[in-house]
Ligand binder design. Structure first.
Ligand code: GDP
Length: 205
């Protein structure tokens, strides 16, 4: 049957963290639906979207989580961190405060996500809104931070005009797949109902 012929695929949970307004929902929306307007997202409170993709011969369903505007409500957002396979630390290049805050987001993630191997956990850093003329954070500054804080890959993105959005998400998948022992615990996609049962057990909150 078609079902038995389908390639084995893994579910991989990726979480977008960063200050409110840096473009997390917009990046997720651009990547998954190729649209920019997030008005509907915020209205109905989308928490995650799934995207099927193939990276280097591996079939994965990436479940991308956003904090859905709950950045300020610490107790609401932290349960979502658990079970993440990769964390995308996001700031906006036209907002230096959002850049300074990524180290806090990283710390908070490490504290609440219950990561088994903190040393090798994959983070990817996104400097979003590169289409904006008025920058407050230079590429060099961001690259230096990434190099000195765990050698995280850095991408300058624009959810508005699509710059680097797909490559950044694909790199997130690559980073997860690169750590072989980490992929052992990935849940085969065909064992769960993707549309009704998010990987996080705390989705009821
Ligand atoms: P979130 O709070 O981090 O989820 O941010 P949103 O996705 O809601 O975006 C906040 C605002 O920034 C919205 O007005 C978006 O239209 C805008 N925005 C998001 N990404 C970009 C981008 O790449 N370029 C520009 N110019 N604006 C963006």
């Amino acid at each position: 049957t078609v079902a038995t012929m389908a390639a084995k695929s893994s579910l991989l949970k990726v979480i977008l963290l960063g200050d409110g307004g840096v473009g997390k929902s917009s990046l997720m929306n651009r990547y998954v639906t190729n649209k920019f307007d997030t008005h509907l997202f915020h209205t109905i409170g989308v928490e995650f979207l799934n995207k099927d993709l193939e990276v280097d011969g591996h079939f994965v369903t990436m479940q991308i989580w956003d904090t859905a505007g709950q950045e300020r409500f610490r107790s609401l957002r932290t349960p979502f961190y658990r079970g993440s396979d990769c964390c995308l630390l996001t700031f906006s290049v036209d907002d230096s405060q959002s850049f300074q805050n990524i180290s806090n987001w990283k710390k908070e993630f490490m504290y609440y996500a219950d990561v088994k191997e903190p040393e090798s956990f994959p983070f990817v850093v996104l400097g979003n809104k590169v289409d904006v003329a008025e920058r407050q954070v230079s590429s060099e500054e961001a690259q230096t931070w990434c190099r000195e804080n765990g050698n995280h890959p850095y991408f300058e993105t624009s959810a508005k005009n699509s710059t680097n959005v797909a490559v950044a998400f694909e790199e997130a998948v690559r980073r997860v797949l690169a750590t072989e022992d980490r992929t052992d615990h990935l849940i085969p996609t065909d064992t769960i109902n993707l549309h009704r049962k998010p990987k996080s057990s705390s989705s009821c909150c």
